[in-house]
Design a protein around this ligand. Sequence first.
Ligand SMILES: [Fe+2]
Ligand SMILES: [Fe+2]
Length: 277
Amino acid sequence: MKQTVRLAAVGDLHVKKTSQGLLQPLLAPVNEMADVLLLLGDLTDYGLPEEAQILAKELTTVVRIPIVGVLGNHDYESGQHTEVCRILTEAGIKLLDGEAVEIHGVGFAGAKGFAGGFGRGTLGAWGEPGMKRFVQEALDEALKLESALARLRTPRRIALLHYSPVRGTVEGEPLEIYPFLGTSRMEEPLNRYPVDAVFHGHAHHGSLEGRTSTGIPVYNVALPLLRSSFPERPPFRVVEIPLEGSSREELPRSGTELPPASRPPVPEQGVAAPRPS
Ligand SMILES: [Fe+2]
Ligand SMILES: [Fe+2]
């Protein structure tokens, strides 16, 4: 029986038609370093089936541990997310859209999440129908996550999102785009159940770690952020989850493979926010 389960997490791979062969050498160390690989959305760049095929081939060629993931906003761009999902699922990747799965005794619940801002700045469902639809999308995603969490009976629970549920992990991005990087509406179910850790992507130039209001660790594992923070390391973050003889409060604040969190430098082009993360 395992005493710990090691999670390797990365989001925002943004696989393109030209990405064939690029991921395999980067992901090869994951088999030795972790027990489960988590993919936190924006798996493809334009949400094209061709991109999904390339990603599926890259993953099945090199990764021998279970893979769990969620889709991101880029995976919806071409309106073919159902096909993208089918291709990746047939390749053995468990994609969560309001679902839950148990692996090695740890429960994983996932949803894409949505935008809408944080704290007192969270957008309210008020005024024009369009504004109400926007907020409803975030509420629907929060409900998906909550229903997934409610199905888990494991002592350890992990949440997967693409958008951030807290402000802390988007800090470092231009202030003007914070509301489009996530929303506090996803935070309530995380605190209520509660989970042991949350992983997300999307904020390419945000911060590595944050906390929910009840102290649950939140990890931003967007690939550009990991690359700029730890250029010498494999492009995923490893966090160890204790299974036996540990209380939820004893979960380490930082991933065991990494030093304490630090704010990464914000690249010049990050300030201009050229396109959605
Ligand atoms: Fe994104
Ligand atoms: Fe992204």
